[in-house]
Design a binder for this molecule. Structure first.
Ligand code: NCD
Ligand code: ZN
Length: 357
């Protein structure tokens, strides 16, 4: 039985770090979770739409976590021009995130049709920028579309985009379905999937009635979770870690209208060790969490990234904290609420014994 694992620090290719007090609480926790490279989502309020905004945001994050390399993205919107794509590329911005309108947190200015963006996608293809897709179509009850099939119904759009731009690197973010896994396997080398920690663990029964497991896209059927588990256990190089860790204050989760998002940042590698051990593929954790994403994105030292190592150990009683207070100023602690992490108060059996920083 493996009881200790030394691997390179991990890369999280889909992360929400927010703004203000939440950002100040969450960002230092990236390294605590064993992650030294993070690909940052732009769905702030207002969204990050320009190179200058992304660089200013990066500076704030870097000051809070000097040991982490941040790769930045822009929010796809009508304001994104071909010129801005070229400017972004020169400035080291790595991708553009597309949110269909209204399907998730801060997606009010998301998009309704992809065709109008073809000139932008062409420029991205030429510049080597990655298109990050939130792959869901909005619910349409007259046509039997709801959260359970919204991802599957999006897949023809993914295929169409890939056919139109075969050299454009596309990541179907936070895949949750067997259909998505099959489609991405079938498409070419320029199409990949990020997979979250929580979607390897949860199914629909786990979030129905349990606000802290509610996220978008929602966790699906047992066979869908099996497909995710099988593809990571097979060591497929186009399926890699993107946690989609998305913190919300507990009062926003535990409300009549629960906000979507699961918070995994402080314990990314321990959660993964627990889950990969349960699936029986601990030997596949390193490639999934540390190498495959970097290979797809072709991250090099030019991005400021340097390899470091993390040691995980198996222990009898590793209990996840009940919550993380948002306020960092001791005099106001508690005023701003707290974030409840994934598997709060549960024993996950693995911890980081030696971190990279
Ligand atoms: C994300 C968030 O809260 O920003 N929520 C989520 O459930 N995943 C948005 C997103 O990535 O969909
Ligand atoms: Zn996300």
């Amino acid at each position: 039985m493996t009881t200790s694992l030394t691997i390179p620090s991990a890369c999280d290719f889909h992360l929400h770090l927010r703004q203000g007090d939440m950002m100040r609480m969450v960002t230092p926790k990236v390294a605590e979770g064993g992650v030294s490279l993070a690909y940052i989502m732009p769905n702030l309020q207002p969204p990050i739409k320009t190179t200058d905004e992304a660089l200013a945001y990066k500076k704030e994050l870097q000051a809070l976590a000097p040991n982490v390399t941040f790769l930045m993205t822009l929010y796809l919107s009508p304001e994104l021009t071909v010129e801005e794509v070229r400017k972004a590329s020169k400035a080291g911005i790595r991708g553009v995130k597309s949110y269909p309108r209204g399907v998730t947190t801060n997606s009010e200015s998301g998009i309704e049709s992809y065709e109008v963006y073809y000139p932008v996608f062409k420029a991205m293809e030429e510049e080597g920028l990655v298109l990050n897709l939130h792959g869901e179509i909005p619910s349409d009850h007259n046509n039997n579309v709801c959260v359970m099939n919204a991802e599957e119904k999006f897949l023809p759009e993914l295929e169409k985009l890939h056919k139109a731009f075969p050299n454009l690197k596309i990541v179907l973010e936070h895949a949750t379905s067997q259909a998505a896994v099959e489609m991405v396997k079938r498409l070419g080398d320029t199409v990949a999937c990020s997979i979250t920690v929580h979607h390897l663990q949860l199914i629909v029964d786990d979030w129905a009635g349990q606000a802290h497991h509610f996220c978008k896209p929602v966790a699906k059927y047992p066979n869908d979770r099996n497909a995710l588990r099988e593809v990571v256990a097979s060591g497929h190089p186009r399926f890699f870690l993107g946690t989609d860790s998305a913190p919300h204050p507990s009062h926003a989760k535990e409300s009549a209208h629960a906000h979507a998002g699961v918070f995994t940042t402080p314990l990314v590698l321990p959660y993964l060790a627990k889950i990969f051990e349960e699936i029986g593929c601990l030997d596949k954790l390193e490639n999934f969490a540390c190498h495959f994403g970097k290979q797809f994105y072709q991250v090099t030292q030019k991005d400021g990234f340097e390899t470091a190592t993390v040691t995980l150990v198996k222990e009898d009683n590793v209990v996840v904290p009940q919550q993380y207070a948002i306020a960092t100023d001791p005099s106001t602690q508690g005023d701003l609420g707290a974030v409840v992490p994934f598997l709060a108060s549960k024993n996950i059996g693995w911890k980081i014994a030696k971190n990279f920083c």
